[in-house]
Every structure is written in structure tokens, then in C-alpha cells.
Design a protein around this ligand. Structure first.
Ligand SMILES: *Cc1c(COP(=O)(O)O)cnc(C)c1O
Length: 381
């Protein structure tokens, strides 16, 4: 039997933790009730499970359980936050600020709003991937209603200065949304100290199931208004209708709880593995993308000078599952918008590898990947 490649693509998705799966199973079987059913045990036990998950999420980000709105993932949470705020506040202003390196699930809703007449500023980043706070300050207009800046980048792992951004938004009475899909469970997140008004989360990047996420929506100082994007039974206090997906919600809560408990030791372990990989593969002409230390512990993104990107990826494919610095849209390759934003030429962006190290990876695996990477680069040069 052919060996499966070593999985180092944890920014795309993570394997589900067995402990998460175990907590979900009863809710696929005998505890199948609808949490909105108020007249019998089946509904009550489902409702209790959802309440517990809401608490687990709230604790992880310093919020109240009533401030958590369950969604199908971070894409939907971003859409609800950005379009929901735009629709609720357009009488106060029609200007939104975001950043060029955001996920498509933020950029595309912003572009959609542009088509409706909103103005959007897409701020550049510095060569290390970090936002320049002076650029942000200059971008504020009297009619700015929302700033959306991600917590951790999904390609280069860079951690944006959320507290500084939040303070600047708060001073001006502008709402602050952050896409924390990559950050939850990996870096500390506290909505109070970071002055965050809206935060998008997802389970499948933190060893939970796919198809479930949440939006944190601040309830006081200020109380954030949100126009729902899905209308129906009035679930989630009217902000997101649809029967709650109890097993996924239970798994999400458990996944975040586990990540919180293990975060400090896991951060140290992943940082060591990441640095071990980098120390081995930093040959001449291999450069690191993104800030050296202000990044996710499991992230390493490198570009390789003088090799063909496609050949590099093909060479690595049998040994390691990673992503490259290009996105395949309708069978056509285009260089990553994130790598372009930090100033990489197309050729170098194509010849980039994103390593996403996670909970199940081991030291020997990292060494194996390092040897394979070095051998592949040498053979292509
Ligand atoms: C994965 C990801 C998303 C999309 O999340 P889904 O739950 O898959 O919709 C959005 N933003 C970032 C930064 C991500 O990494």
C-alpha cells in the first residue's frame, strides 16, 4: 500500500480530534432533538448541549454566551458581520476599511458592497505582512462605519496588532471586526482588552468539525446592530435563522475548550517543530515570508529562488501535503494575493510553500519533510 503523504496543511483544515468526535456522536444518535423544541426532553437536552457550547466559546474569547451567533463557518460569519453592519449602519456612513491580505471571505463581501455604492479602503501591508498603524489612522473618514482586520493570516501566519487597531476604532466610535478563523485556540483572544465588536470563528481550523462557525456580536458598549442575512424562524436572536446543527455545535465547543487547555504547551511544541523545519530548509535562496516571530506557531511560509513552483510542488506531493503560493481559480493559476501584497514578484510567489504544522505532527515527520524539501530543491536547481 502506498504511504499517505505527511499532512502539513493545517491552515486549510485540521484533522478532527478523536475527543471531539466522541462528544458529538450521541447528538447524531439518541439525542437528535431540535434545540428549539421546548415541550419535551429531546429538545431540552439538545438545547442544554448548545448552551454549554455557547459557554465554552464565550469563555475562550472573554464574551457572554448571548453574544455568540452560530453560523455555518467563518465565511458566513464574515458575510454576516460585514454585510450585516453595512445594512444596519448605512445611514451613518458608507465607508469601510479593510486590508489587502484578508481572506477572500472578507474581500469579496467588501467588493460586493462597493457594487452597492459603499466606499472600501483596502490598506496595504508592510514587507513583513503587518499593517502600518499610521496607514490605518490616515484611512479613517467621518463616515467610516467598520474596520475589518484579520487576527492571523491564513497564508503567512502573521498576527496583526489587534489591540492597537481596536483602540483606534474605539476612540473614533467605529466598529471593529476581526476574522479570527486561524487564531482561535492558538493565540489569546479577549474581546474586551482588544476592543473587538465582531469576531468570526470556525471549528475546522481548530480540530473541530467542518460546517460550523460563529460570529461574536458585542451586546454592550456599544450594542452592535446587525441586519440578518438569513431570514426565517428567528433563531439566534433573529440574527441567523435556521435549525441549529447540534452535533457540530457540540464538537465546536469541545474543540475550542481543548485548544484553550492545551494552548500554552502546544504553542511551545509547534514553535519548536516549526523552527526545526526552518533551520533545516533555509538553504541559499530560500526566504521566509511574513514576520519572523509575530506569527502563528505552526506556520512556515517560504519562497524558493530559481526553481519552478509547479515542479517544486509536484516533487513534494508524494511525501508531504502542503499548499503553494498560488490559487487555482477555474483551472487557471494566479499568484497569491497575500504574497503579492508583501511585495513578491509572481515567479517567487509561485515558488512558495506554506507549511501548516498541527497537533498530530511529530519531530521525525518534520525531519523527513525537511530532507525531502532539500532534496527536491537541489534536484530542481
Ligand atoms: C478558513 C478561513 C476562512 C473560511 O472559513 P470556513 O469556516 O471554511 O468558511 C475564513 N477566514 C480565514 C482567515 C480562514 O483561514
Amino acid at each position: 500500500m502506498m504511504n499517505r503523504p505527511i499532512y502539513l496543511d493545517c491552515h486549510a483544515t485540521t484533522p478532527m480530534d478523536d475527543r471531539v468526535l466522541e462528544t458529538m456522536l450521541p447528538y447524531f444518535r439518541e439525542r437528535f432533538g431540535n434545540p428549539a423544541s421546548v415541550s419535551h426532553l429531546y429538545g431540552w437536552e439538545a438545547e442544554a448541549a448548545v448552551t454549554q457550547a455557547r459557554e465554552q466559546l464565550a469563555i475562550a474569547i472573554g464574551a457572554e454566551p448571548e453574544e455568540i451567533v452560530f453560523t455555518s463557518g467563518a465565511t458566513e460569519a464574515n458575510n454576516l458581520a460585514i454585510k450585516g453592519v453595512a445594512e444596519a449602519y448605512f445611514n451613518q456612513g458608507r465607508h469601510i476599511i479593510t486590508v489587502q491580505t484578508e481572506h477572500k471571505a472578507v474581500l469579496d463581501p467588501c467588493r460586493y458592497l462597493q457594487s452597492l455604492g459603499f466606499r472600501v479602503t483596502f490598506l496595504p501591508v508592510q514587507a513583513d505582512g503587518l499593517l502600518d498603524l499610521a496607514d490605518l489612522e490616515q484611512a479613517f473618514c467621518p463616515d467610516t462605519i467598520l474596520v475589518s482586520v484579520m487576527a492571523a493570516n491564513n497564508e503567512i501566519g502573521v498576527l496583526q496588532p489587534l489591540a492597537e487597531i481596536g483602540a483606534r476604532c474605539h476612540d473614533r466610535g467605529v466598529l471593529f471586526h476581526t476574522d479570527a478563523a486561524q487564531a482561535i485556540g492558538k493565540v489569546p483572544l479577549d474581546v474586551a482588552t482588544l476592543s473587538i465588536d465582531l469576531m468570526s470563528l470556525t471549528a475546522h481550523k481548530v480540530y473541530g468539525p467542518k460546517g460550523i462557525g460563529a460570529l461574536y456580536v458585542r451586546r454592550r458598549n456599544p450594542r452592535v446592530q446587525l441586519a440578518p442575512q438569513l431570514h426565517g424562524g428567528g433563531h439566534e436572536r433573529g440574527m441567523r435563522s435556521g435549525t441549529l446543527y447540534t452535533p457540530q455545535i457540540v464538537g465546536f465547543g469541545k474543540a475550542v475548550e481543548l485548544a484553550l487547555v492545551e494552548r500554552v504547551t502546544e504553542t511551545q511544541r509547534l514553535t519548536e517543530l516549526r523552527d526545526r523545519l526552518w533551520q533545516q530548509i533555509r538553504l541559499d535562496g530560500v526566504r521566509l515570508n511574513g514576520h519572523l516571530t509575530r506569527r502563528l506557531p505552526g506556520n512556515l511560509n517560504v519562497s524558493v529562488d530559481g526553481v519552478d513552483g509547479q515542479a517544486l510542488l509536484l516533487g513534494l506531493q508524494p511525501i508531504v501535503a502542503v499548499s503553494s503560493g498560488s490559487a487555482c481559480t477555474s483551472a487557471k493559476m494566479s499568484p497569491s494575493h497575500v504574497l503579492k501584497a508583501i511585495g513578491l514578484a509572481d515567479e517567487l510567489a509561485y515558488a512558495s510553500i506554506r507549511f501548516g504544522i498541527g497537533r498530530l505532527n511529530t519531530g521525525p515527520e518534520i525531519d523527513q519533510v525537511a530532507s525531502a524539501t532539500i532534496a527536491t530543491i537541489r534536484s530542481l536547481r
